[in-house]
Design a protein around this ligand. Structure first.
Ligand code: ADP
Ligand code: MG
Ligand code: MG
Length: 494
């Protein structure tokens, strides 16, 4: 196997010049984010790495190649096998009435209100499967899945910008102290097409909503959080939809939905303009906090949207298929084989090889094993509740104490996952006018888009939508970019 080249070792004026160029490029191209607690329109550059981070080519290609089968797997769960999914969700709802339970209730009400049928069987998934590298028995690095996200996947709009930034800094000679030649071979720094990919997924949904015709008469409704710091990531998708396809978008918070939209003959409209909405794209609604300001109003809004004929991205069932509990159950080979009965065995092997051990903490035999492992070897595990958005997990030695405080009857709401141990790299993170040169670890996300029928499981479009690399200091357990520990990175393939 070839070795990764070391990072450029710039210091003094060369380093200053590089950092200045990085800022100017980022500001010029909208690689930006609002600072915490922002009160004005002024934005900062998004936290990024100075250099692309090494990633083995073979592992990268595998992550890309397995994505469309992951898309199919989650389609199966939300369509042909939805009764299996619902059974698990009903069980989880007992532990988590206020969130999982409310989502499930909302789904049921939407179906009941439509004579027992899903108001819009077409469903759009914009997914992201996240991985870290892990050293196998033969010492080679392979991808292992952290989680599969089915709602509000972010950074598709910024990822392609970071890779373009690194590509530019390299090609223009900024990584070399002489400014004379590119430090890396340009072909080794891929530029992610994630912005194009996610936008195309939304365009697909608009097309199928309009009976397989491109139309600029219908619009896309982004459901967004109040005070979203990462709104530029979303705006890039909005602008791509408009410039490339002529499709207009609106942005509303859950709190605004009732007063600013209406349903007529099942169709969803923006009240002010009477524009018809083809797709409701959720960039909010994935965590309990998104409903907290006014639970009655916000849950009513979710039901209102779910009850309409607009295509949801995602539908409630598709959102729920992405819970950590489902991920745990999918580590059973026979379950995956059942859901992917028409996928060749080698492809299922490939998909399966990305899994680490995940255990339930319930009354099953496996649950007993997990309870013992959690007590005896907690340093090898992470404990996860059914939550999204970062900052919810319990790590290593904190696990036994956490479980002890929890009512034993609630343990089954958690899963116990083997810790993945990625290699560290001494890259530099640029954030808030600081260049932090420390060991980092990285998480690769592969985007996928899939448009399918929740009644029949028929797949209309299934696409790979390229990738994202996020990195964080190796000393921190979690790497939320917005939360302040992490940054957006790109890849140097070796
Ligand atoms: P969320 O849905 O909140 O993003 P994740 O499962 O992605 O939840 O966990 C959050 C973060 O915790 C990940 O980005 C990763 O940094 C870390 N993490 C999660 N699972 C593992 C694991 N098995 N091994 C190592 N780190 C993990
Ligand atoms: Mg997640
Ligand atoms: Mg995550």
């Amino acid at each position: 196997m070839t070795e990764a080249k070391d990072f450029p070792s710039l210091t003094g004026p060369e380093l200053d010049g590089l950092v200045e160029s990085l800022h100017h490029w980022s500001l010029s191209h909208g690689l930006v984010m609002y600072p915490p607690g922002f009160k004005s329109y002024a934005a900062d550059i998004a936290p990024v790495t100075l250099y692309p981070t090494p990633f083995p080519r073979k592992a990268f290609e595998k992550a890309l190649s397995v994505q469309q089968n992951f898309n199919r797997l989650y389609v199966s769960l939300a369509s042909q096998f939805k009764s299996w999914l619902i059974e698990i969700i009903e069980e989880l709802s007992k532990y988590d009435k206020d969130f999982t339970g409310m989502l499930y209730e909302t789904y049921k009400k939407a179906v009941e209100g439509n004579n027992g049928k899903i108001p819009q069987p077409l469903s759009l998934g914009l997914f992201r499967s996240d991985y870290m590298l892990h050293k196998g028995a033969d010492n080679s690095l392979d991808i292992k899945q952290i989680e599969f996200n089915t709602v509000s996947v972010s950074f598709g709009g910024l990822s392609n910008k970071v890779s373009s930034l690194h590509q530019f800094l390299n090609s223009s000679g900024h990584y070399d102290s002489e400014y004379s030649y590119p430090y890396y071979d340009e072909n080794d720094i891929p530029v992610s097409q994630s912005l194009e990919g996610l936008s195309l997924g939304l365009k697909d949904a608009n097309y199928y909503y309009n009976n397989e015709q491109d139309s600029t008469k219908t619009v896309i409704l982004f459901i967004v959080q109040n005070g979203e710091r990462n709104c530029f990531d979303q705006r890039h998708v909005e602008y791509e939809l408009f410039t490339k396809y002529g499709i207009k978008s609106y942005r509303l918070s859950l709190e605004e939905v009732s007063s600013k939209t209406s349903i007529n003959g099942g169709k969803l409209y923006i009240k002010k303009t009477m524009d018809e909405v083809s797709v409701v794209y959720f960039r909010s609604g994935y965590s309990p906090q998104d409903y907290e300001s006014d639970p009655e109003q916000t849950w009513k809004a979710r039901l209102h949207l779910e009850s309409s004929k607009a295509i949801k991205c995602p539908s409630i069932l598709t959102q729920l298929s992405g819970t950590k509990k489902i991920q745990q159950v999918l580590t059973q080979r026979e379950v995956v084989e059942k859901f992917l009965s028409d996928v060749p065995k080698e492809k299922i092997d490939e998909l399966f090889s990305t899994f680490v051990d995940i255990y339930p903490l319930d009354d099953s035999e496996l649950g007993d094993v997990a309870k013992r492992l959690a007590q005896e070897q907690p340093e090898r595990y992470v404990l996860k509740p059914q939550r999204e958005g970062g900052g919810n997990n319990i790590y290593k030695e904190n696990i036994p104490g956490f479980l002890e405080k929890l009512d034993k009857a609630d343990w089954a709401a958690y899963i116990l996952m083997e810790l993945i141990e990625p290699p560290t790299y001494r890259n530099s993170i640029v954030r808030q006018n600081e260049v932090i040169r420390k060991d980092i670890i990285s998480e690769l996300g592969i985007f996928g888009t899939v448009l399918f029928d929740e009644d029949t499981g028929e797949i209309k479009e299934n696409r790979n939508a390229d990738w994202l690399l996020r990195s964080k200091l190796s000393s921190s357990n979690e790497g939320g970019v917005a939360a302040g520990f992490g940054c957006v990175d790109s890849i140097y393939l070796y």
